[in-house]
Ligand binder design. Structure first.
Ligand code: CP3
Length: 336
């Protein structure tokens, strides 16, 4: 058997591969026990032996078609000297960014700080069956800019307007370069696919969506395509709403993940892209009847086009592993 998700992405087969964002995480008891040993989350993300274990946990339990390397989008900022801690219930808390390191650190030194991630990818790829893809990832420039400046999740308040557009553009340009370097090293270490998370794209003013979301994603994709034409790129501009078709047309990713707020009728199903995801992770907390009904809406909508089953955001910590297993079984047995 070949690699299902890669054939879906490359030959655009309608073979319905399946994986989940945050498939390794707090809802899994085996993750909790690894996490207990690694009290500091950032240090956990620098422990290749345990990263490899966490990455493979959902493969062992659910036999999903892809593993996503266990890491975090904020590791890039950590590698530019910005200190990060994770506080229970608060999420990430960051110090001020260090201008000098951010702009002037050599590529070599930057990559050295992320070498544990690359080592983990090598280790994991060796253990992972060839039929399964290994997904490397990075945050997109806008989303990393948001964390750099806001220094915490922008859910409650977003203080990005305190810096001028010129400075935002300068930071974004630098981030494009660092993100590309990080993707490149992940590919060289054995990642088969790259996913770019633009989790806060929904916070961009409509008239600035090109400048802050579409063009930066497009620039990174262009560079990956040029040097690694065999590596598919999946984008997740969360909250992009009706600009999705413009995003697909201009950024040209191989695949695009949709979020739960995306109205399916707004999507151009004939666009030259593979669609992924969409189901609100809250449906995994509602009972099977409702979960399957909503799942069917996605499977039916995308039945004529290559589609990767996934959610519209990460699995919630309250989710029961058994529910995930039932969802995988349902998707694999469903005939539209
Ligand atoms: O299984 C996977 O999906 C791979 C690992 C992964 C993590 N973070 C691990 C993680 C991935 C792909 C991410 C991406 C990420 N990280 C994003 C983009 C996707 C999204 O959620 O929008 C963002 C914005 C972050 C930043 C981040 N990391 C936040 C806001 C938080 C706190 C929220 C939370 O769920 O606790 C994290 C922590 C984090 N990253 C955890 C995990 C498993 C939880 C840490 C714990 O064990 O306490």
């Amino acid at each position: 058997m070949s690699n299902k998700i890669l054939s879906c992405l490359k030959k655009k087969e309608k073979n319905l591969p399946i994986w989940f964002m945050r498939q390794a995480g707090r809802y899994l008891p085996e993750y909790q026990s690894l996490r207990k040993k690694n009290k500091n989350f950032i240090n956990f993300c620098k422990n290749p032996e345990d990263i490899q274990k966490a990455t493979l946990q959902p493969i062992k339990r659910f036999d999903v078609d892809a593993a996503i390397i266990f890491s975090d989008i904020l590791l890039i900022l950590d590698a530019t000297g910005q200190k990060i801690s994770f506080e229970e219930k608060k999420g990430p808390i960051l110090n001020n960014y260090n201008k000098k390191i951010f702009y002037q650190q050599s590529d070599k030194d930057f990559k050295k700080k992320l070498k544990k991630t690359y080592e983990s990818i090598k280790k994991t790829r060796k253990k992972l069956n060839k039929e399964k893809a290994l997904i490397g990832f990075a945050g997109a420039p806008w989303t990393l800019l948001v964390y750099m400046i806001n220094k915490q999740s922008p859910k409650k308040k977003l203080e990005i307007e305190k810096i001028k557009n010129k400075e935002k553009e300068k930071i974004i340009k630098r981030l494009e370069h660092l993100i590309y370097l990080h993707c490149e090293e992940q590919i060289k270490s054995g990642a088969d696919i790259i996913q770019l998370f633009d989790s806060w794209a929904g916070k961009i003013k409509e008239k600035e969506i090109n400048k802050f979301c579409i063009i930066p994603n497009a620039n990174i994709i262009k560079k990956i395509k040029k040097k690694y034409p065999h590596i598919p790129v999946i984008c997740f501009p969360k909250g992009i709403n009706k600009k999705i078709n413009l995003f697909i047309k201009k950024a040209k990713p191989h695949a695009i993940n949709i979020d739960p707020n995306m109205k399916l009728k707004k999507i151009n199903i004939k666009a030259n892209v593979v669609f992924q995801g969409g189901l609100d992770p809250k449906f995994l907390l509602k009972g099977e009847k409702q979960m399957f009904k909503k799942t069917k809406e996605y499977l039916d909508f995308f039945k004529e086009t290559p589609y990767i089953f996934n959610l519209g955001h990460g699995i919630l910590p309250q989710t029961k592993p058994k529910t995930v297993k039932r969802l995988v079984e349902f998707v694999r047995s469903y005939k539209p």
